[in-house]
Design a protein around this ligand. Structure first.
Ligand SMILES: Nc1nc2c(ncn2[C@@H]2O[C@H](COP(=O)(O)OP(=O)(O)OP(=O)(O)O)[C@@H](O)[C@H]2O)c(=O)[nH]1
Length: 433
């Protein structure tokens, strides 16, 4: 649990407000603290907050809403329940809780863990409240993270699963490596695998090796579980491709710290990948990604004697749109344009390769649809009115489509570019192929 240090943090109010769908219950008898916590929560999240100043009010809230709450943040000592009875009440209502108290003691700490609280926070500074607010966001976010727990011991599996569910993770379980692999292949969005070593059919090392064939360390975290007294095992797990390891029996706080750290690292890597490969304004792939991935697709299609087509798109008179309505309006139109591209060309490689220039690579079964999809996109765009108050704006696009295979992707793009300029010269708002 956390003993929060008293250092002053910069409050960055520029951060966007995150929406939390399920309401939160705050139980606190001191009005000033209740108001402060509520304000901190509302500054960070768009969330509905219910409040209670004592045990009786909390009971009344739970009787009406207990199935709805994401969690409760509760003061342990309430005027009408001074011995922490609120924890049992929340447990009976099956509502997850973060407890807050003015004192810290080892006995209290272990009691809180035994009673299944998410976290136990000492109210010693503003940081404690900020930590609680941050934790709420993480718990809400955890529902989006799929974890696979692999252990042949039903008891150990049940204990760890309960710890993970307490933190709101989406948990899948398997009894051995084979089962885990099958589940993983059916559920590609699993983010983290927690695996025991000794299991029948396929052990943790072989599972780790097999998973690494499917996903690299930057996209899937694997944490090995090794038994106490076998220090070799941890190192072997890492050598076989695991990101981390833990000793069994697993301590709740250590498990969560390791999982959170590994997930944060994956999220960070994902953000870096997005920043490197995607255009900031539209979210489409950028020029660099288009050329590297496009070249791989080109070579694969060529070696299998498959056909491939490339289309270049350029918005008509875009400078005029910027000059008349401003750069912000221009940006909005670019975002709309990109969204429509994602929708119409969803099965193809789409990228923004310049200011108002976009590219699509058609391959596989999509090759035959290239011309009709380009026509459909051009027509739909021309018919759309985009609201940019107080005006309604519209735009058209010229498209050059090249469908004959050339020596390389670059040569195909050059041919598509020539056709694009023919489309511009012929009066714009048309596809030349
Ligand atoms: N708003 C906005 N404008 C951009 C962005 N990137 C490029 N542009 C603008 O796109 C315009 C492109 O203008 P031109 O190359 O002259 O072409 P055009 O006006 O579209 O004319 P044609 O292509 O001949 O139909 C320029 O005014 C750029 O400033 C961007 O990210 N946002």
């Amino acid at each position: 649990m956390v003993n929060v240090r008293d250092n002053i943090r910069n409050n960055n109010n520029a951060q966007p407000v995150k929406r939390i769908i399920k309401p939160i219950l705050i139980i606190e008898d001191q009005d000033s603290l209740l108001v402060m916590l509520k304000q901190l929560m509302l500054a960070s999240y768009d969330v509905q907050i219910h409040t209670a100043s004592n045990y009786a009010q909390a009971k009344s809230c739970l009787s009406k809403h207990r199935h709805e709450y994401l969690l409760a943040i509760c003061d342990l000592n309430l005027p009408d329940a001074p011995k922490g009875e609120i924890v049992d009440l929340l447990n009976r209502a099956k509502v997850r809780m973060i407890t807050m108290t003015g004192s810290f003691g080892e006995k209290l700490r272990s009691t809180m863990i035994e009673k299944g609280v998410i976290d136990y926070i000492i109210k010693d500074s503003i940081n404690a409240y900020e930590y609680a607010v941050e934790l709420v966001g993480r718990i809400d976010n955890n529902a989006k993270n799929k974890l696979l727990l692999v252990d042949d011991s039903a008891t150990s599996r049940a204990i760890i699963e309960q710890m993970l569910r307490l933190q709101n993770f989406d948990v899948l379980t398997a009894e051995n490596g084979h089962q885990a692999l099958t589940l993983f292949e059916q559920t590609p969005d699993i983010k983290l695998v927690l695996t025991d070593y000794q299991m029948p059919e396929m052990d943790g090392f072989n599972l780790t090796l097999a998973l690494r064939q499917l996903q690299p360390k930057e996209q899937l975290a694997i944490i090995g579980l090794s038994s106490t007294g076998n220090s070799e095992l941890g190192a072997q797990f890492i050598k076989n491709g695991a990101n981390d390891f833990l000793t069994k029996p697993v301590a709740y706080e250590e498990l969560l710290c390791r999982i959170n750290q590994n997930i944060s690292l994956l999220d960070y890597m994902e953000a870096l990948r997005t920043a490197a490969n995607c255009d900031f304004l539209t979210g489409l792939f950028n020029r660099r990604y288009f050329f590297s991935t496009g070249e791989d697709i080109f070579q694969a299609q060529r070696s299998s004697a498959s056909q491939i087509a490339v289309a270049m798109f350029d918005i008509d008179h875009f400078k005029q749109i910027n000059d008349t309505y401003g750069h912000k309006a221009g940006d909005e139109l670019l975002v709309y344009f990109a969204q429509l591209m994602k929708k119409v060309f969803c099965q193809n490689l789409v990228a923004r390769i310049g200011g108002e220039e976009f590219c699509v690579l058609f391959y596989g079964e999509q090759f035959a649809k290239a011309l009709s999809l380009c026509q459909q996109f051009r027509e739909q765009l021309a018919q759309t009115k985009i609201t940019f108050l107080p005006q309604e704006l519209s735009m058209t696009v010229s498209i050059g489509l090249h469908q004959q295979l050339e020596d390389n992707l670059d040569a195909m793009l050059k041919k598509a570019d020539v056709k694009l300029y023919q489309a511009k010269a012929a009066g714009r708002n048309q596809v030349i192929n």
